[in-house]
Ligand binder design. Sequence first.
Ligand code: SF4
Length: 351
Amino acid sequence: MTKEFTTAQDKEARIRNIKRRLGKKLLILTHHYQRKEIVDLGDYRGDSFGLSQKAARDRKAQHIVFCGVHFMAESAAILAQPHQSVQIPDLEAGCWMANMAHMESVEKAWDEITSLSGEGSLVPIVYMNSDAALKAFCGRHGGAVCTSSNAPSAFQWGFAQREKVFFFPDQHLGRNTANRLSISPDLTVVWDPEKPLGDNTPEAVKRAKLILWNGFCLVHTRFQEEDILNMRKRFPGAKIVVHPECTQEVVALADAVGSTSFIVKFVREAPPGSTVIVGTEINLINRLALENPDKKIFELHYSLCPNMFKIDLDALLSTLEEIGRRNLVTVPDGIKADARLAMDRMLSLTP
Ligand code: SF4
């Protein structure tokens, strides 16, 4: 089995053989933050929005192998057809941010907010980086899923449905989206699930248009304002692009902000000879530097997602050797239908 193959080349050759044998029956999806060797072996790479679109549209593949973190594979399992299996090369590849919001505390917050502002006043929008159960919660309560590509459209959609939007778990994506839509900070509250009423007064909750869960991404909040100021000094004339999971202070100092797909396009379209400083996960930045040799691409600060990094050649090879059996990701039927409803609402939004 896997142990016989000692070099990376051996493992890659074995993976390519399995891919050839399975042909269109196999679809390997790779997130932008995966290691280069994994991305090179995938059939399609993208951000969580692009990958979920791909998973929803592909009818030919019997086996979807998702090289990313668990909530992404779970989202593919929600969208997959009954004849399709979804596997993740390492079941331990979770997401810190997704673990910051749990069903029990979200339901408690929902009850507390609706008891103050009235039934039917609130629409839930959940970031893709969340458990299937929370996506199902949104489906049941008339809400939607969003990604960093389509958060502004999702918020506009939400405000067209009801008076208030309850967004979880990423406060920074929520705040940056609110800034983009010119929603006043006075009309936004942050909900701390550990504190009574989320650490807010009843008046503030009643007045709020937007309620943000206090979750965050450790990879993107590592970037500080000083990093931007230092890089501006070192590289005058460089453009700085960051992800919307960064703090609003970092976003305010950057030249551009957008999802991983936006960042890829931004770098690709930068003029030859230019310098671009990127504030996101390091594996994507390293690959952008390789793929854009006519430009200088630097990281704002080194920041690696250890969960994304758990997927390696050994894990991918072992999964492919036991295709349809090992590390299967499934979603119970009771959750799937409601989660699908919230995902479909997202897929119908234009990014
Ligand atoms: S980069 Fe952040 S949000 Fe993305 S998977 Fe890693 S911990 Fe989760």
